[in-house]
Design a protein around this ligand. Structure first.
Ligand code: NDP
Ligand code: MG
Length: 386
């Protein structure tokens, strides 16, 4: 029986993880669950799954949840960063689902690594900020990263048994293209938050949905793939595949092109990560190819969606630049969601930050956090002046 701590259980990945766990009461025990603002959902999840520990944002929400749950059962209730860190490193948990969104997930994910856990990694921003450090620490502490992101999970399904990376010609990440794939530059100027949140294929949290609309999601994924699979970034390509049925390809040097197909539902990659190395039921049926009809591919338009190129650039410039890319993107997406800046200002801010700010390259997690916080302050002041 595997014992799970779910960081971010109230989010889209967290809920889908619980949807799969619900199908396998014989295989998984929920040791801990965590929310940030959604105390009501955490309460419902706790009553259903009876975790030993639950974590919420602050003392006020911890007290609120205690009052609401005490007549049902009494879990340990923690709050704040020390709480997330505790459930990521607890001896009782074998597997940690890293599903907090954004840079807030980095520290607990690092704790899971330094405690030798099996980590089901959804939180791509942690990888973008600290990939080389995370990979080094995984071998030092015997931790295992299993990608949940659908493209990386697809690649992992193809190459985890093949240790010869030299046989790989390239990796092709597929991208839906988001809701504005066919827009003109002028049309992009006036898109609304509601339009950007209306993703054609995937139901996801707000931040990643905006990242998908700008194509920054694919940029972050290119960096994530380079670190996770130890592949030079020049061998990582992106193709728009609007149907989101094929979830990436690996091309080998013998001319074989291998891919994984499935309906666009995160329960498929989540179940693969949960069950690995076994396959367990996800609750989703296989694709009826006769109904899938056309599966089409096209090159991304880097002129219309500059974020993808910015991610390649940042990676080539080094770790400090990928931290800048991620931090400015998070601040800019937040500002767009609050209707402070237009959609097209997101890449502009990132571009100017990458060109003008040049912090030293980090050598520790403390350096990474320092750079991240310095860049966020600068980005916020840039936005407030504009
Ligand atoms: P959601 O916004 O749906 O969920 C985020 C989760 O993190 C929620 O449980 C939220 O709590 C919690 N959270 C947010 N901020 C903090 C914080 N500061 N401290 C602690 N917890 C926090 O996001 P998703 O589930 O969509 O995405 C999660 C991660 O997975 C992201 O990194 C994303 O890029 C990645 N991912 C997601 C995919 C998807 O299909 N959704 C696909 C591939 C990757 P609360 O809701 O209670 O406030
Ligand atoms: Mg993805």
């Amino acid at each position: 029986m595997r014992s799970l701590s779910i960081l971010g259980s109230t989010g889209s990945i967290g809920c889908n993880t619980l949807n799969v766990v619900r199908l396998h009461p014989d295989k998984f025990n929920i040791f801990a669950l965590s929310s940030y603002t959604n105390t009501d959902l955490l309460l419902d999840q706790a009553i259903e799954f009876r975790p030993s520990v639950i974590v919420t944002k602050d003392e006020i929400s911890a007290k609120k949840i205690y009052e609401l749950i005490k007549n049902t059962y009494i879990p340990e209730i923690l709050y704040g960063i020390s709480g997330y860190r505790a459930i990521a490193s607890a001896d009782e948990a074998t597997d940690i689902v890293a599903a907090i969104s954004g840079s807030a997930g980095l520290i607990p994910t690092m704790d899971a690594i330094t405690h030798g856990k099996r980590i089901l990694l959804a939180n791509k921003e942690a990888m973008v900020m600290a990939g080389p450090l995370m990979i080094d620490l995984c071998s030092k502490f015997n931790a295992k990263l299993i990608p949940v992101d659908s493209e990386h999970n697809a690649i992992f399904q193809i190459i985890h048994t093949n240790s010869d990376n030299n046989a790989i010609n390239k990796i092709i990440l597929t991208a839906s293209g988001g809701p504005f794939r066919d827009f003109s530059k002028d049309q992009l100027l006036n898109v609304t938050v509601e339009e950007a949140l209306n993703h054609p294929n995937w139901v996801m949290g707000k931040k990643i949905t905006i990242d998908s609309a700008t194509m920054m999601n694919k940029g972050l994924e290119v960096i994530e793939a380079a670190y996770l699979f130890d592949i030079p970034i020049a061998k990582i390509d992106v193709l728009i595949h609007p149907q989101s049925i094929i979830h990436s390809f690996v091309e080998f040097h013998d001319g074989s092109l291998i891919s994984q197909l499935g309906y666009p539902d995160m329960r498929i990659p989540i179940s693969y990560a949960l069950g690995f190395p076994d396959r367990i039921k996800s609750g989703i049926e296989g694709i009826r190819l006769e109904e899938a009809k056309d599966l089409t591919f096209e090159r991304p338009d880097n002129n219309l969606f500059p974020c993808l190129d910015l991610a390649y650039q940042a990676f080539s410039l080094g770790m400090a630049s990928t931290i800048i890319l991620n931090a400015v993107n998070e601040v800019a997406v937040e500002a767009f969601l609050k209707k402070i800046i237009p959609f097209t200002e997101i890449p502009n801010l990132i571009d100017s930050a990458l060109q003008s700010w040049a912090p030293r390259n980090p050598s520790s997690i403390e350096d990474i956090l320092d750079i991240d916080s310095e860049i966020r302050t600068k980005a916020m002041s840039l936005i407030s002046k504009s």
